[in-house]
Design a protein around this ligand. Sequence first.
Ligand code: HEC
Length: 150
Amino acid sequence: MRPSRLITAACILAIGTGLAGCDRLDPNSPLAQRRKVFREMTKTRERLLAFAKGKERFNAETALHDAQQLQALAQQPWQFFPEVMQADAVGHAKDSVWQEPEKFKRLAHALEDATGALATTAQERSLDTLKPAVFRVEKACSNCHEEFRQ
Ligand code: HEC
């Protein structure tokens, strides 16, 4: 059984007992708030990726808008990882987020740098220079997920 199925099963049980189920995460909890940002980042980068991969016709204005939005979003998830590990705020984060905080911060900064570079590059309105900047952001996402997300 995959972990997500286990979680769903736990939710169904939780509903019966009146506990807060997984789909009803407290929206103010750090877990819910950072997931919201991560999902917005995912959505915001979709069109940039489509441009970079030649799947959608390049639009410089849209690319600039999305790149700036992504840069702003990239600053936000980290505040929602509590300094000290809390059992109810682990989610799909690995324990290493709290065991190797310096490394985690380094990879968070790497994303901030990459999205900053993307937003600057997008001002040039050139697909050729945008492409590598988009792929650098993608790499910054996956570098951290490989180490810190389960
Ligand atoms: C410094 C580390 C780090 C970086 C960089 C990072 N992530 Fe994540 N991401 C995580 C961790 C840790 C989780 C698990 C969070 C949880 O379950 O609470 C996660 C979870 C997610 C999720 C799942 C959210 C959910 O609803 O469960 C998505 C989607 C996601 N990240 C997208 C991205 C995208 C897109 C980027 C790059 C633009 C990115 N992440 C960059 C660490 C990172």
